[in-house]
Design a protein around this ligand. Structure first.
Ligand code: GLY
Ligand code: MN
Ligand code: MN
Length: 439
């Protein structure tokens, strides 16, 4: 059950979505499927983010149907019936009664009856919104319901003629976070920041990357965040240059940096923090020099997160500082303007400076409107995460730089006059990191 997002918020989201739907339309949205891990073992269930956003209902085998103007209720949930014997094995089910009483649905039915009931609800609606093309099985399922109606046109049935991807409307709603969503995301950020602090304190030579991962998970769970938002990245030494390194199995060596990119998930909301720190607790001179460049780039990018600026402004700000740093330190042998023009920074910084953040770590929402970058508005949440990665075999730079990977990532929400950093509970200046690790 959700604690931080009240039931009325989910009803309000459904209302806002229906407001934008055509009046004689219907929307159909399935829960996530359960996925097999091996033989008869399932992965822990994670609700589909769109479904979660509109229902807060955490069970599989459920379908939400939104029918604007329906007399007997606009929000309808199909879900598993209560069953004491099954519940003894697999845990509590809300049942259709619980869907109404506890999740604020207007109407609810057993999922076993959906094939009989749903075609009648679709009948007479000219437009059908659903997650078109997302799941092959569900596409087939929807078309079967529609076929049922098409078979009856000579008896007067009116099947829908228009099929529209639900995401267009829904993902734009999800892009703007409400005050309650920001509260959950801030709490997730706080927990993740504490986890990063604990990992820094735990780091020592002879330990293993996965032991730091264990520290992160311990802190997440201790605070009620039962899952990570994505597999934690704990890369020491040159592993820090592998962007999606999740093996996390190498020993920590004196003199190496450790790059940790990890965040917990709270009530399905993601946090996403990266910090880079020395195993020994003290940065070496080359590490320090590169780190200062990345940190300056991150500050510049955060400064550029404000209403009126567009999506690419923080990235441009970061690129400028990173490139300047690479030129000043002698890793690029050309002018800053030329390096920017030729994108000569690319071997050292090959990803974007951020992404939308929300129910998904790489959250939904368009980055462009037409050909133009999206303008930042209050309530939008994003990450700011510049980095520099000097490949261990990059023979074009002096040896002392090689194998150093650094990223600094925070989560921010656009406010009326700038942005709020949700993840400042973990230090990022060199002095503050060294002080924490010495303490
Ligand atoms: N942890 C995934 C990312 O930073 O984008
Ligand atoms: Mn990250
Ligand atoms: Mn990120």
């Amino acid at each position: 059950m959700n604690q931080l997002i009240p039931v009325k918020d989910f009803a309000e989201r459904r209302r806002r979505l229906m407001e934008q739907m055509a009046p004689d339309s219907i929307a159909i949205l399935p829960s996530a499927p359960e996925r097999t891990r091996n033989r008869d073992v399932l992965h822990p269930f994670r609700q589909d983010s769109d479904f979660q956003y509109l229902t807060g209902f955490g069970e599989p085998e459920a379908v939400l149907v939104l029918i604007p103007g329906r007399e007997h209720g606009e929000s309808v949930l199909f879900c598993k019936e209560r069953n004491p014997e099954k519940e003894l094995w697999d845990g509590f089910l809300a049942g259709p009664e619980g869907a109404i009483e506890r999740f604020g649905m207007d109407d609810a039915f057993p999922i076993a009856d959906i094939d009989e009931i749903l075609p009648g609800m679709i009948e007479g609606r000219s437009r059908l919104y659903y997650p078109l093309g997302k799941d092959h099985n569900f596409d087939t399922q929807v078309m079967e319901w529609v076929q049922t109606l098409r078979a009856k046109v000579r008896s007067g049935a009116r099947p829908p003629g228009e099929f529209v991807a639900l995401e267009h409307l829904l993902h734009d709603l999800r892009l703007y976070k409400s005050a309650n969503e920001i509260k959950v995301m801030a709490r997730a950020g706080e927990i993740s920041a504490e986890a990063h602090c604990n990992a820094m304190k735990r780091a020592r030579k002879g330990g293993y990357e996965y032991q730091l991962e264990a520290e992160l998970i311990h802190t997440f769970m201790s605070h009620g965040a039962r899952s990570t938002a994505y597999p934690s990245i704990v890369g020491s030494g040159a592993n820090g240059c592998i962007l999606h390194y999740i093996e996390n199995s190498a020993p920590l060596k004196e003199g190496d940096l450790v790059l940790i990119d990890a965040g917990c998930e709270l009530e399905c909301y993601a946090s996403d923090i990266t910090r880079t720190f020395p195993v020994s607790g003290r940065f070496s001179e080359p590490q320090r020099a590169l780190y200062e460049v990345v940190l300056a780039a991150q500050y510049a990018a955060i400064d550029a997160v404000k209403p009126g600026n567009h999506w690419n402004h923080p990235h441009e700000a970061a690129l400028k500082v990173l490139t300047q740093g690479l030129v000043e330190l002698g890793l690029l042998d050309m002018s800053v303007d030329e390096a920017l023009e030729k994108e000569a920074y690319r071997p050292f910084f090959m990803h974007r400076t951020g992404h939308w953040l929300g129910l998904d770590v790489h959250d939904v929402g368009d980055y462009k409107v037409g050909d133009a970058w999206r303008v930042l508005e209050p309530g939008m949440a994003l990450t700011v995460e510049p980095g520099l990665y000097i490949a261990p075999d990059n023979s074009s730079v002096d040896e002392r730089w090689r194998g150093i990977g650094i990223r600094i990532e925070d989560d921010v929400v656009v406010t009326r006059d700038g942005c709020r950093v949700l993840t400042d509970g973990v230090p990022k200046t060199i002095d503050a990191i060294e002080a924490l690790m010495a303490g």
